[in-house]
Design a protein around this ligand. Structure first.
Ligand code: ADP
Ligand code: MG
Ligand code: ZN
Length: 623
């Protein structure tokens, strides 16, 4: 019981207990009384009763539905004992009684004198009702034990001041166009019904986290001006089995009353996980399955012409969803909400820059250029981060420099001024980072290095080399991937050359290099030995078509060949990195010394130094 609860009775709990006690007492006394003190009436067989009637011994009869009571004459013909028998279906009986002149009739309606019997029928239900009432009153707050089957959906009522519209979402134009159609459906359903077009029931928003799926769903509701029920998939799943299904039912019940409206189920994968993929040992799948089935039933439930309820759902793991959910008539539309491209990022930045004070000379295009891979949420965060910095420096508006610092923060985590590297460590980190930069500058097709730093950042990065691609890349040539791998190995190669030992600092680089090499061989068919066969189908593609393909079954020899090939790629890249660094030993020293002095080197200064880096002489044969 919560403290803020207002008592409805002086003492509700005591009152309830008293009621139960009194009721119980009455019931008991009733049973005791009727068994022990009821007059003993002897029961006889029906045939005996008939023969007594025939012999004229019966004085009067009460023909009850369940019992016939009769009084016989004693020897002197005076009223005597009362006997009872159980009636059988006998239409002749009244005639016989009449023929013998017996007084007979039905018992009076309130013939039963036992008040207790009456009470025993009335009191127990009464008690139940009272107890029920008592609990209901006690739990008038929605979180109570009896409200567990209520959906927890939050209904957003449109508030014109804070209404979210498509103008608040940017960089996802295709998704917006698709959803604009849904808004049309909600606004004029009859136009579609007249032609006989079926209004889609379910729309699935698919995309990586923080790209604006939830925001888009709210915008659809805002544009259409209809109620918006929002619930997260995980809120269906509770401790008690069956709760989820009940909640789904309740949610759709509520929605139908408010139609036209939108139901938005965020993180659909929490309930819609493929039934087939369920782990046999994980248990507890029954509940999720029931919830899912209920959802499927409800979505099939509203027929065409019925109330317009459109179910929007969002997930970042469409491949994990049950196939039944993606069948036509359910979530038959998938809308991809992907990370924004350059123009999209600029637009999103513009939206958020309007909400803070920004110096007029700030170049949002330039900021968009150096933030590839950022989603809407990252960009919103970036603008806020920049505003915080400006406030910290007591500036009246956000400057370009604030944005630059904010980008670094968002990319590499918050600056950790407290973490200080020892001199030896600093030196290793410096050469390591310079190694990356020099190999990157010497290899063709590698993004320009714009900054080298040995200021520790965030959790793991001791130093970092900031590479800025000049444009968004969707395709990478084989040579470029090889360059990328060599660049990743440059740090490690520099340590080998300068210190003749290696440290643990390169772990992440090696991981990424190996991943790239593995993809070259197994996904992109870039290996001459293994040919144009995709050996690995788990990555990349499965995101969109939603198929969960496991790795192609491969023979042991092929597995060996893949390992061999990956190793070969890495080793040759390592070789190249070593050669480049040997060749540019002087410039490496120069840059490293500068970094050790200033901790950071960037801009013009860095470019001028990197310009002196000499690439490897072109090698004619390469396998
Ligand atoms: P998701 O549901 O895809 O994980 P959200 O919609 O919850 O992402 O996005 C989180 C926040 O990031 C939003 O509230 C919004 O402030 C911002 N945001 C994300 N994507 C966009 C976008 N495309 N345009 C504008 N703001 C966005
Ligand atoms: Mg979301
Ligand atoms: Zn590194």
């Amino acid at each position: 019981m919560s403290i803020k609860e207002k008592p409805r009775f002086p003492n509700p709990r005591f009152f309830g207990q008293l009621l139960i006690f009194l009721g119980g007492l009455l019931l008991l006394s009733n049973i005791v009384l009727s068994t022990f003190f009821a007059p003993r009436i002897q029961r006889v067989a029906y045939s005996l009763f008939i023969s007594q009637v025939e012999d004229g011994k019966v004085l009067q009869v009460l023909l009850g539905e369940n019992e016939i009571r009769y009084q016989i004459k004693d020897e002197e013909g005076k009223p005597g004992r009362i006997l009872a028998t159980t009636p059988i279906f006998d239409l002749e009986l009244p005639k016989r009684l009449e023929a013998k002149g017996v007084i007979f009739g039905a018992p009076p309606p309130a013939q039963n004198p036992w008040v207790g019997t009456l009470l025993s029928w009335v009191i127990p239900p009464l008690i139940l009702v009272l107890v029920w009432q008592y609990f209901l009153n006690r739990n008038s707050e929605p979180q109570g034990a009896l409200s567990i089957n209520k959906s927890k959906a939050k209904v957003y009522v449109q508030d014109d001041a804070k209404k979210i519209t498509f103008n608040d979402v940017a960089g996802v134009d295709e998704a917006k166009a698709e959803l604009a159609e849904i808004v049309e459906f909600l606004k004029n359903p009859q136009r579609y019904n007249e032609i006989g077009a079926r209004i889609p029931k379910g729309v699935l928003l698919v995309g990586p986290p923080g790209t604006g799926k939830t925001l888009l769903a709210k915008a659809v509701a805002g544009e259409a001006g209809v109620p918006f029920f929002s619930i997260s998939g995980s809120e269906f799943v509770e401790l008690f089995v069956g709760t989820g299904a009940a909640r789904v039912r309740d949610l759709f019940e509520q929605a139908k009353q408010k139609a036209p409206c939108i139901i938005f189920i965020d993180e659909l994968d929490a309930i819609g996980k493929s039934r087939a993929s369920g782990n046999f040992y994980s248990g507890g799948n029954d509940e999720r399955e029931q919830t899912l089935n209920q959802l499927l039933t409800e979505m099939d439930g509203f027929a065409a012409g019925d109330a317009t309820v459109i179910v929007l759902a969002a997930t970042n793991r469409p491949e994990a969803l049950d196939r039944a959910l993606r069948r036509p008539g359910r979530f038959d539309r998938q809308v991809l909400v992907d990370r924004p491209d350059l123009a999209g990022r600029e637009e999103i930045l513009r939206i958020y820059a309007q909400k803070v004070k920004v110096e007029p000379e700030v170049d949002l295009h330039a900021i968009a250029t150096i933030t590839p891979g950022f989603g809407g949420a990252d960009l919103a965060n970036l603008v806020n981060e920049a505003a915080l910095l400006a406030a910290r420096y007591h500036r009246s508006a956000v400057t370009q420099a604030d944005f630059a610092e904010a980008i670094e923060r968002v990319i590499a985590g918050l600056e950790k001024k407290s973490r200080v590297l020892g001199d030896k460590e600093k030196k290793i980190v410096a050469y390591h980072e310079v190694g990356h930069a020099i190999v990157g500058a010497a290899m063709p097709g590698v993004a320009k290095v714009s900054k080298i730093s040995i200021v520790p950042r965030g959790m793991s990065a001791l130093g970092y080399t900031l590479q800025l691609p000049t444009e968004d890349r969707f395709l990478m040539a084989e040579g470029e991937i090889r360059s990328e791998i060599a660049t990743l190995l440059g740090g490690r190669a520099a340590e080998e050359i300068v210190f003749a030992t290696v440290t643990t600092g390169a772990g992440n680089d090696l991981q990424r290099a190996t991943d790239l090499a593995q993809q070259m061989v197994t996904t992109y068919g870039m290996s001459k030995v293994l040919g144009l066969v995709a050996y690995d189908t788990t990555s990349g593609k499965s995101f969109l078509d939603g198929q969960m393909n496991s790795r192609r079954l491969i023979s042991e020899q092929t597995a060996l060949a893949i390992d061999e090939e990956v190793k070969q790629i890495i080793e040759s890249a390592h070789e190249q990195a070593l050669m480049i660094l040997e060749r540019n030993r002087d410039i490496m020293e120069t840059i490293a010394q500068q970094i050790l002095a200033k901790e950071v080197i960037e801009g013009e200064e860095l470019q001028n130094l990197l310009k002196q880096v000499q690439p490897l002489p072109a090698i004619s044969e390469e396998t």
